[in-house]
Ligand binder design. Structure first.
Ligand SMILES: [Fe+2]
Ligand SMILES: [Fe+2]
Length: 428
């Protein structure tokens, strides 16, 4: 396969990036382009880059479905600084038959000599230099010089003129409420909903974000960095799903709408709060809180942390809200009447599809994400099916009611009652 690698901070991703990815696919016949956000970009350490979870959310919302432009988390797998040379070496090791193309900007062509291990990079990938026109001043000479230095690894990638930069966008969204023309709408909505880049949040009150910060700091003391990232991913993915659903009903920016988004955000954050316990500790914790598990649940150790999390959210994080506790308790398995509980659906879907997730043997996550944004029940149905697919692929058991949950959701979605969840949303 011919694979394009497009790295950057994507803070935020915009239409110019997508135009470059499409141009690379077209001009070099690439099978796919992998958008690879850098975790710690070597040139921008400690320079106030937006938190990983938001940059990944924005990318996952911006990517078109089915065009072969995908989010890639390779740089998130390693600790420390993300060097392009290490990333390319890793990709080459994993897929030795792939032909790699690394997409870089014109300024990177200039300072390529200062990069970490430039010879190694040039030996592992063809470097595609995004340029508006090859007749730009000095470009041809510089390209020729780099090709002499690095064995002819560089090629020009002509991209449509797109006069926009992430810096300009960040400044614009701070002061303007109007959708930014260079942003994909879903990304633009996300930025405003959660008040990124200093703009006023529209989907939650500022206090809710403060509460989120407090709880995530407490959670950080009890779970691994990996688990914390996942929890933040579920928090914002579920809250954004809820916001999307409320927005489609025109009730997002009402006090009730904002409260629902807030509650979803916090339930999403805490859904795995009991996951740090060992199996034995979980059983002891459940016993102490007088929670009895069904026999089929008891047979699957991997899902005990759902009911345990429900008890822990109550005890340690003082969550009393029945819908939130339910969403936390049922997040592993769902429930037969989950279509009447939008928050449960949001957390259930987000647990499977948040942007840090890297399930290999399931149907493509971008498709599930797209479905879920439009229809909560269809999204839950798809995630249930994908979960069964995943469990069977890894040879794990599933609960007795999982197939029934799938069939129920399927029936509800395809019957006239399919929009019932929207009515419930309006009443909550
Ligand atoms: Fe979980
Ligand atoms: Fe989870």
């Amino acid at each position: 396969m011919k694979v394009g690698i497009f790295g950057g901070t994507f803070d935020p991703i915009h239409k110019g990036h997508l135009a470059i990815a499409r141009a690379a696919k077209e001009q070099f016949g690439l099978d796919m382009v992998r958008i690879m956000p850098a975790r710690i970009p070597p040139h921008k350490q400690n320079k106030g880059i937006t938190e990983d979870v938001h940059r990944l959310m924005m990318v996952s919302l911006a990517l078109p479905v089915g065009e072969g432009i995908e989010l890639d988390l390779t740089e998130f797998e390693r600790e420390g600084v993300s060097y392009t040379s290490d990333t390319l070496a890793l990709l080459h090791e994993r897929h030795p038959d792939d032909q790699l193309f690394c997409i870089i900007g014109e300024d990177s062509l200039r300072d390529f000599v200062t990069w970490h291990e430039p010879e190694k990079i040039a030996s592992l990938a063809t470097m595609l230099v995004a340029v508006r026109g090859t007749d730009e001043k000095g470009f041809g000479e510089l390209l020729a010089e780099r090709n002499r230095q690095y064995g002819g690894a560089f090629q020009a990638l002509t991209v449509p003129y797109y006069d926009i930069s992430s810096t300009v966008i960040r400044q614009a969204v701070r002061t303007e409420r109007e959708p930014h023309p260079a942003l994909v709408k879903a990304t633009d909505d996300y930025i405003h909903r959660f008040g990124l880049y200093g703009c006023k949040p529209t989907a939650v009150r500022r206090e809710a974000l403060k509460r989120y910060e407090e709880l995530s700091e407490r959670l950080a003391g009890t779970v691994s960095a990996h688990r914390l990232n996942h929890s933040k991913g579920v928090a914002f993915m579920s809250a954004n799903l809820m916001a999307e659903w409320l927005d489609s009903e025109g009730i997002l920016e009402t006090p009730n709408g904002k409260r629902l988004v807030r509650r979803t955000l916090l339930a999403g954050l805490l859904h795995d709060c009991a996951k740090s316990l060992t199996g034995e500790e979980t059983l002891a914790y459940l016993k102490k809180h007088r929670v009895k598990l069904r026999d089929d649940v008891l047979a699957i150790k991997g899902i005990w942390h759902g009911p345990a999390g429900r008890a822990m959210a109550r005890e340690r994080y003082d969550i009393r809200d029945a819908e939130m506790l339910r969403a936390i308790g049922n997040h592993c398995n769902g429930s037969v009447d989950m279509d009447e509980h939008p928050m449960e659906m949001a957390v259930f879907i987000a647990d499977f599809t948040e942007p840090f997730r890297d399930h290999i043997p399931t149907p493509p996550l971008p498709v599930i994400r797209q479905i879920a944004r439009e229809d909560a029940v269809f999204g839950s149905e798809t995630v249930t099916a994908a979960t069964m697919y995943y469990l069977r692929a890894i040879g794990s058991k599933e609960t007795d009611d999982m197939a029934c949950i799938y069939q129920t959701l399927h029936k509800i979605r395809t019957s006239k009652k399919g929009k019932g969840w929207k009515a419930i949303l309006r009443k909550q």
